[in-house]
Design a protein around this ligand. Structure first.
Ligand SMILES: Nc1ncnc2c1ncn2[C@@H]1O[C@H](COP(=O)(O)OP(=O)(O)O)[C@@H](O)[C@H]1O
Ligand SMILES: [Mg+2]
Length: 283
């Protein structure tokens, strides 16, 4: 088993706080597998996942072990971290409108860190990836501005951009929460296909247990910053041991009905990872 991410007893504390926002998070992510974090808004899913891949530079992150492809993230310099992340990670964030700079074309945003000399080739690769993720007429659409595209299309572009550097790990933090139910279903299926095709490790965040049950190998259920239940997806959803998991299952109606759980909001993030080196908006 090719372990991409190995996390033991992870804890996160935000500046100025006296308690940990998250503690006791442990999991492994192997190539071709999906680990999903579920829980209501504020339970610590984003903090856990982003800290696990070295993306929470502003918080105090502690762990017994925190390894990305065998390299510890705990004692690496910011520059080393950035290089490791860029090589290993593709990231898809929750809110497609907040993740894009409204004043710049999609292609410019996705290719801005590519050296000028390599840009034409990268653009070709990007267009092929856009085609793969279900964008029709990608050669034309890739030069549009964000407001000219739907939320679902923007998320597809973000997925294509995340694949541009051939990541081994795809991080998707509530990638479909802001979208219509039918588009959600398509995008979740797409992420699953890409995982299989590319042997990606998929780190997925959702507040909907039924959604992740379809594709996760392991489910981590979070409540108030702690892991309350963790195990194979079939076990967690089939015979939950914690009452909170049961209530999450009851609150979740999967892809078909309206959402009863309020949408989570984006937290601060390092946009460089998705699209290159300079901010493209975000919170
Ligand atoms: N940048 C931040 N500064 C201070 N507290 C934060 C920050 N981001 C998140 N938190 C707090 O950490 C806890 C977990 O938040 P988060 O990881 O965003 O949960 P989730 O993704 O499950 O909604 C919450 O109490 C939230 O208020
Ligand atoms: Mg979140």
């Amino acid at each position: 088993m090719n372990v991409l991410l190995d996390v033991a007893q992870l804890a996160v504390r935000y500046p100025g706080q006296e308690t940990d926002a998250v503690s006791g998070v442990s999991f492994r992510l192997a190539a071709g597998q999906c680990v999903a974090f579920v829980g209501e808004t504020g339970s610590g899913k984003t903090s856990s996942v982003m800290a696990s891949v070295g993306l929470l530079e502003t918080a105090d992150v502690r762990a017994e072990r925190l390894q990305l492809e065998g390299q510890s993230l705990l004692h690496s310099s910011p520059l080393q971290l950035r290089l490791m992340r860029r090589r290993a990670l593709g990231v898809v964030f929750q809110d497609p409108t907040a993740s894009w700079n409204p004043t710049r074309r999609i292609s410019a945003q996705l290719l801005e860190t590519t050296p000028r000399a390599a840009r034409a080739a990268a653009r070709e690769r990007l267009i092929a990836l856009c085609d793969r993720v279900g964008i029709t007429a990608p050669g034309d659409r890739v030069d549009r501005y964000p407001h000219q595209l739907s939320g679902g299309q923007l998320q597809r572009f973000m997925i294509a951009g995340a694949l541009l550097h051939d990541p081994r790990i795809m991080v998707a933090d509530e990638p479909t929460s802001a979208l219509d139910a039918s588009v959600q279903l398509e995008l979740i299926a797409l992420l699953d296909e890409l995982r299989r095709e590319r042997d990606l490790g998929l780190l997925l965040v959702s507040h909907d247990l039924h959604v992740v049950a379809r594709l996760a190998d392991t489910i981590v259920v979070m409540f108030r910053g702690k892991v309350v239940e963790q195990g194979p997806a079939a076990e967690v959803t089939g015979s939950p041991t914690h009452p909170y998991t049961t209530s999450l299952l009851a609150a979740s109606i999967g892809m078909t009905g309206p959402r009863k759980v309020p949408l989570a909001t984006n937290v601060a993030w390092d946009p460089e990872i998705v699209l290159g080196s300079s901010p493209v908006g975000g919170s």
